[in-house]
Design a protein around this ligand. Structure first.
Ligand SMILES: Cc1cc2nc3c(=O)[nH]c(=O)nc-3n(C[C@H](O)[C@H](O)[C@H](O)COP(=O)(O)OP(=O)(O)OC[C@H]3O[C@@H](n4cnc5c(N)ncnc54)[C@H](O)[C@@H]3O)c2cc1C
Length: 382
């Protein structure tokens, strides 16, 4: 894809920030284990958060491709930090489209300034793939809803400033039709949260969020009652392409490091990069990542052109984490015994990208979406 001058300028800003501010401390941040909110504010001041949002909401009015370029560059430096702008673009797009204007006007600028993080709460203890079959209940009580139940496996669970949740307002057997979406500030009474002991993405964390008689005004509902699932879930095509690019950024960092090492490290009297057994797997990795990257750009360009891109987004979402994991693993092996040490970042990148083989929908679910696009919903067995 040929980039415009504006896209190249923003890409360069993100690249410099990622390589100078993020990459050197990627592993140190994991050891500290909490999200550095000052770093997020700094990204806000640099204009790297919500670039796709209108200027009056703190964005730059950029397109989806530019948003993807930034996610990719930031993930080169720190895959986990790059989850913040991806979340902001997804959540703010949902708020701008489906929230009451007063709610969007209060929260979206806070998100683009790096002052507010929003967690998306869909998964429940009984499962995530069959997403519309959820049980968390929102009962109408005058001009409020009263919310009860548990969401689990939620990214940013214990550090979010607000929650975008899906709850059942209709009958239990209504499926997606009886589901509504709500925006809930994190300091609303009745909310409690936990943190899991995870394999990766430690700084952004994952956990459960409990809602115990949480009262939320009716104007915090997103979209129409009973239509939240269908209306709000459409936004996820966007984040799936952005996630693909996050994975490309992380894999590219390991590839660059592995190529540099292959030029220096010697075995049998010559640099190991001269052995095709070393260079060809890395060349294959470059090819896979280049292919996924272009697919993600293409998907985002379809979004910018307001064209359908659900299948393409599902392709980005399963291929991104899978190829990135495999490529980073190959890079780890290129470093021989050093690669097996926690001193090098490849093991952390592998753990971090592997979370998104599950999060935001597994590869199996993405392939069902692609199949549904080809042979229709009725032909695909859920
Ligand atoms: C790192 C991470 C971050 C996450 N962040 C969030 C978040 O922010 N918000 C949120 O709501 N959720 C989040 N999740 C939860 C995630 O969306 C769910 O884990 C995911 O949708 C799968 O649901 P499940 O784990 O309940 O697996 P299940 O639905 O129980 O599925 C178990 C296995 O069966 C397979 N399977 C299920 N149905 C089918 C089928 N029809 N055909 C073929 N295979 C099938 C699945 O692919 C999976 O391998 C996150 C998960 C992870 C790991």
């Amino acid at each position: 894809m040929v980039l415009t001058e504006d896209q190249k300028a923003l890409q360069e800003t993100a690249r410099r920030f990622a390589r100078e501010r993020l990459l050197p401390d990627y592993q140190k941040r994991e050891k500290i284990g909490i999200l550095d909110r000052e770093l997020i504010s700094e990204m806000g001041r640099l204009g790297l958060l919500g670039v796709d949002l209108p200027e009056e909401f703190g964005g730059l009015g950029a397109d989806s491709v530019t948003t993807g370029l930034i996610a990719e560059e930031l993930a080169y430096g720190d895959f986990n930090v790059s989850a913040v702008p991806v979340g902001i673009s997804l959540n703010a797009a949902i708020l701008m489209r489906h929230a009451k204007p007063e709610v969007a006007r209060e929260w979206v600028p806070r998100m683009t300034r790096g002052e507010a993080i929003v967690a998306i709460c869909l998964t429940e203890p009984r499962g995530g793939s069959d997403a519309s079959n959820l049980q968390l209940r929102a009962r109408r009580d005058g001009d409020h809803y009263v919310i009860n139940g548990e969401k689990t496996s939620i990214t940013f669970a214990d550090c979010a400033d607000a929650y975008l949740i899906f709850a059942r307002t209709g009958q239990p057997d209504e499926g997606a039709k009886g589901v509504s979406a709500f925006f809930i500030p994190g300091d609303t009474p009745g909310i409690s949260r936990t943190r899991f002991d995870d394999l990766g993405s430690i700084i952004i964390g994952r956990g459960s969020v409990f809602f115990d008689d949480v009262r939320i005004p009716v104007n915090h509902r997103l979209g129409d009652e009973g239509k939240g699932f269908t209306q709000v879930m459409q936004g996820f095509d966007y984040s799936r392409a952005l996630i693909g690019l996050q994975c490309c950024g992380a894999a590219q960092a390991s590839l660059d490091e592995a190529w540099a090492y292959a030029k220096e490290r010697e075995a049998f009297g010559r640099p190991i990069g001269q052995f095709q057994g070393v260079s060809f797997p890395l060349s294959e990795g470059e090819s896979h990542i280049a292919a996924v990257r272009q697919l993600c750009y293409h998907t985002l360009a379809l979004r910018d052109a307001a064209m359908p891109h659900t299948s393409e987004a599902a392709m980005c979402k399963w291929m991104g984490p899978k190829y990135a994991f495999d490529v980073i693993h190959q890079c780890l092996l290129t470093f021989g015994h050093y690669g097996w040490s926690k001193d090098l970042p490849h093991q952390q990148r592998m753990r971090d990208v592997s979370g998104l083989e599950i999060g935001d929908g597994t590869a199996a679910v993405m392939k069902l979406i692609i199949a549904r696009g080809r042979i229709g919903r009725a032909a695909v067995q859920y």
